[in-house]
Each structure stands twice: as structure tokens, then as C-alpha cells.
Design a protein around this ligand. Sequence first.
Ligand code: GLA
Length: 394
Amino acid sequence: MINWQDSRDFFCSQFQAEPEICCFAPGRVNLIGEHIDYAGGQVLPLSISLGVTLAVRLTAEGGLRVASSLYPGQGVASLEETGRQGPVAYLRELVRITGCLSAEIAICSDLPPGRGLSSSAAVGIAVQAALLALLEEDVLPSARAVCRAAQRAEHTALGTHCGLMDQYASLFGRETEALLIDTWQQTHEYIPLSGLEGCSLLLVDSGQSRELADSEYNTRQAELQEALRLAAEALGGFTCFRERTLEQLLEVAEGLPAPLDSRLRHVATEQQRVLDFSAALQGGNAKGMGCLLIASHSSMRDDCEVSTPQIDRLVDMLCNLPPCLGARLVGGGFGGGVLALLRGSPDPASLDDLLGKYHAATGLQGDWQQLQSGHGACLLAGKGSWRSLAEWLS
Ligand code: GLA
């Protein structure tokens, strides 16, 4: 987490003025439940200690000006300058939602981009929250409305038809708990992370960039929706696929044309794995959680088809490492990172050795880091004092 002081210093260096407020929003890692959050499934992410910190000041005139530590040489950009899609359009849309007309925004991030930790959702939450706090409107949107607005901005300005998981995890996350989110009802319950005691979570970057990620993601999203539409038709109608049993859905899948048969199989079985994983986490059954990660990866590889040969290789290599209980592709897929569950602490020498072999086999330079859970989004008011957004907007 970037602290208040660093974020303030960055703001001062860019705008030669003091910010009025800082806001932190974390990235997230999804334990399980991939590609079902836009279909009404349940998902089990946790907020991590890394994230995006924004320092902001409202200005009387001058429009919207932004500086980002992710683009150090580029200085301050005006949000008026560019087209309808892309990172600047995304920021402009987020600011527009709040009704703000003129502000200076400095963005610092310690989230490695492109690894499936969801930096865009963190920005989506932080921008809205910081501006809402400064604008002091009488009526504030709910925390869920802020999540939904950030999701819509991703749809319109970044062109990704994502679900609600990332925004929700960033806002509602807690340091000691994972979030079991019902994306259909937009509700959640917390599951203590104590079930992971004695284990570590690693994010292993495949070194494979996610260039086609957005277009392929949207294709997958459309296929899954179509598979569910046909399943509803075959099963006499449903509002959410979870109203039907796993067996009923698998039976319908048998009769669907490829690839919709496997897409439906993925949704149905991944939903079940989320429930099984939640039970394993509650029961401290690390071995069970590991097996479910492996099964989830197989489904993402074979049924959802969002993996790549290089990532499959990395997952296999990790699963063959003795302390590894299970591993799987994490996030939207088509490149990016792998989540691995290890018994005990990671051994740097054996992981570096593994990545050396991975490089020799694929030509890709991987990397690894241990993930720590962290608290959800908050407003930072100065040295050490902060206020949770989930509480403020409840
Ligand atoms: C991306 C999207 C999420 C979710 C995951 C896959 O992170 O932003 O909404 O669909 O992919 O589970």
C-alpha cells in the first residue's frame, strides 16, 4: 500500500499544491469462481495489501488534470484531450459520474499491471470515492452503486464487459476475511482467512501479456450468456442458473452445440467449486482447497478456454513442486498470472529454479510474489487515520 505521505508528495511534485484528500483502493485476488461473476454466480475473492492511492484537490477552474506514477515521464494530462475509449476516457467517465467539473488527481499504484490483480477496478472505486468525499453532496450513492458505476465505466470506456467482482472486492474487502459474493443478489458474506493458516498464496506472473484479453474476454462472456439462455429455455426458464441443480445443468450441456456445451459445463461446475472451496476454507482443509484450484484450472483450460499453453505449463510445473497444494490461472485469462497455494512459506531458491526451467521451455520471463490480504478501500485523512468506504457509504 502506498502511504498517505508518498501519495501527497507525488501530488505536490506534479501540481505544486497540497491535495485535499487521499483515497486508497486495493487490488484483489480471486481464490475461486472465475468467469461466472457476469452470469450471476458466486465468487470468492479477497482484497490484497497492494493497490491504488489517489491524492485529489478540487479546483475552481482548469478542468480535470491527472498525473500517474505509472507513466512517470508523462507529467500532467488533461482529461479533455482524448477519444471515447481508453484509460483517459475511463477516468473522464468516472469523474463525470460524480458530477465534478474541475479537479487535480494524482494516481500512485503498487499493483503490478496485467497480472490479474485488477488495477482498473481499484482506480474506478478510488476516483469516485475521493471526489464524492470532496463534493460533499447531501445524498451519497450506496457502496454498491459506486461498484456498479465503476463496472459500467469499464464497459463503456474500456470496452470490457466485466462482472462486478473486482469492484466489489476492492470496496468491501477486509484484511482477515475473504468475500463470498453473490453476484446475482449483489450481497456478500465474509469467510475468515484463518483456514489458510500455515499456507501462503503466491501470484506467479507468466510473463505473457494479455494483449487479446479484452476482445477474447468479451467473446467468452457472450458465449457463456448464450449457453445460459439456451439452458433456461431447456429447463422451463430461470432468472439465475443457480435455481437449477448441477446435474440438471450438466444434462442440458450434453445437448448443446460446441462450444456452448463446455461453456455451460464451466459455469455449473465452477459455481459448485466455489461452494466447496468456501466449505474447505471454513474447515481449514488446505488439501481440499488445493484440489479445487487444480480442478478450476482444468475447467478454465478445457471448458472455458481462457488459458494458454504457456500458462498450462506453468500451472503443471507449480503443481509438481512438493509444497504446492494447487494452482490455477487467475483473473480474466489469456495471459497474466497464476495463483498458487503453498503449504508453509515459499522457498525462493526452488521458485527461481522453477522459473528458470519455465523460461527455458517457453522463452517467457516469469516472476513471483507472495500475496498478503489487506483492508478494503478507504479515505486517508492524514498520518495513519483512515475511514472505510464500505462503512462511510453504507
Ligand atoms: C476480470 C473481470 C471480472 C471477472 C474475471 C474473471 O477480472 O473484471 O469481472 O469476470 O475477469 O473471473
